[in-house]
Design a protein around this ligand. Structure first.
Ligand SMILES: Nc1nc2c(ncn2[C@@H]2O[C@H](COP(=O)(O)OP(=O)(O)O)[C@@H](O)[C@H]2O)c(=O)[nH]1
Ligand SMILES: Nc1ncnc2c1ncn2[C@@H]1O[C@H](COP(=O)(O)OP(=O)(O)O)[C@@H](O)[C@H]1O
Length: 406
């Protein structure tokens, strides 16, 4: 059984002949763990170069969880990888299909389309980078999202330049369009700052553990405190259909640039260093010592911010209203560059039972039942040709359409 499935993935059938037209990996092809016919445990295997990635579901007492292990076909030994990202839960079965970009498509059995598509990244740029950093085998999960999403906006600039002021204006004028990524920080709250609104104010030890557990898209030590953007902070805003705004320092912007998050990067400059100093003092939220530290750091940030390749746009915040108008213009032109695809919810109430690879990065999903549980054969063509993002967040940009068989 196991052997058969692997041959399927290679595009060869059990007669040793080339599989026609597409690869078929049926959800009915779950592999009961050998020697335990009563077991509700399942596994699928996918060969990528010298390695076989085994995704297995274990069930116990109504709970189910998913494990990934790797068989090294050269050394004939098992490897336990570091697993990053948000993983699927409550699986009743699954099927896997190798895509050509270091990702394995994992489809949960008997779930609606908007909750059944997952990606296990095994050889993407993000995973390669993490392998180097961690020195272990790495795999990373991300949830697939049908339809495109508005691009997040990263705003950086030295302390006191007016980032918060500009972002507040934008959120006030367009509350249903923009959402703020609430960062975590170890710094103490300022007067009037609310936990969960301006920041998640966090103990350093807790934040360090969450960083180790892979919950952060980026983090940096800024002015002596730890700041970081959790993956969920960004994805929750984007999932709600809003354009996510990140107010992060230049180091954080660099990390996001290197991540899979497809964002627009804006750097805010002061008209002069003297003006920056004046604004920072006039705000009156920092001690003199803290002001001095922020000003020292500002010089380096201004140099870095202007370095080529990091920021897409630089705005000078001299007159506030002028800068705000320029920011709005810039965001409007960027918005128009991409058309948003939103599939109808009707398409998304079906339950998937099989999948087949077709040409042009399209995958045909066989959907057995409709939303009311009535058995009606239906098909959904999943288009993976315009994927955006990926682990450790969401894989967005999936397109699709129902297929009518006449
Ligand atoms: N890398 C990173 N920087 C952040 C994050 N949140 C805030 N910052 C940056 O940390 C710096 C200090 O922020 P804050 O203490 O609120 O003071 P402010 O700069 O005077 O507004 C600013 O440059 C913020 O952009 C984050 O999640 N990640
Ligand atoms: N264009 C501007 N001209 C004068 N003061 C400004 C301008 N933009 C912001 N400010 C003021 O400067 C101070 C710092 O702005 P803030 O938004 O808190 O900066 P940041 O978030 O970048 O640290 C605030 O008191 C704000 O009211």
């Amino acid at each position: 059984m196991k052997c058969l499935l692997m041959l399927d993935l290679l595009g060869i059938d059990d007669q040793g002949e080339e599989a026609p037209e597409y690869l078929l990996n049926s959800l009915d092809g779950h592999l009961p763990i050998a020697g335990d016919s009563e077991s509700k445990d399942y596994q699928t295997s996918t060969i990528v170069d010298d390695k076989t990635y085994v995704v297995e579901i274990s069930e116990d007492g109504g709970e189910s969880w998913i494990n990934v292990k790797i068989f090294d076909n050269l050394t004939r030994s098992w490897l336990i990888p570091t697993v990053l990202g948000m993983k699927p839960v409550q699986l009743k079965g699954h099927s896997t299909l190798l895509l050509n970009n270091g990702r394995i498509l994992v489809v949960k059995k008997d779930y609606p389309l908007d909750d059944c598509i997952w990606f296990l990244e095994v050889d993407t740029p993000f995973v390669k980078e993490q392998k180097k950093i961690l020195g272990t085998e790495v795999v990373a999960w991300s949830k697939g999202v049908i339809g495109s999403s508005p691009k997040p906006i990263v705003i950086s600039g030295p302390s006191g330049v007016g980032k918060g002021t500009l972002i507040n204006k934008l959120m006030k004028e367009f509350p249903s369009k923009y959402g703020f990524s609430v960062s975590h920080t170890t710094r103490a709250p300022r007067e009037k700052e609310l936990n969960g609104v301006h920041y998640h104010f966090t103990e350093r030890s807790v934040m360090e553990k969450d960083i180790r557990d892979g919950k952060f898209l980026e983090f940096a030590s800024v002015h002596g405190n730890l700041y970081g953007t959790s993956i969920e902070a960004v994805e929750a805003v984007t999932d709600s259909g809003k354009r996510c705004i990140l107010d992060i320092d230049v180091q954080g912007a660099r990390s996001v640039r290197a991540s899979s998050l497809d964002a627009i990067f804006i750097f805010i400059c002061p008209p002069s260093f003297e003006e920056l100093e004046e604004r920072l003092r006039a705000r009156g939220t920092e001690t003199e010592e803290q002001v001095q530290k922020r000003l020292r750091n500002a010089r380096a940030e201004l140099d870095e911010g202007r370095s080529p390749g990091l920021f897409d746009h630089i705005l000078v915040n001299d007159d506030l209203e002028t800068c705000y108008e320029n920011l709005k213009k810039l965001l409007a032109s960027d918005e128009n560059a991409g058309t948003l695809y939103q599939p109808t919810t009707e398409n998304m109430k079906v339950h998937v039972s099989h999948m087949e690879y077709r040409a042009d990065e399209k995958i045909l999903l066989h959907c057995g039942t409709n939303g009311t549980g009535v058995k009606v054969p239906s098909f959904f063509m999943l288009d993976t040709s315009s994927l955006k993002g990926g682990a450790p967040g969401r894989t967005r940009g999936l397109n699709g359409y129902t297929v009518v068989i006449r």
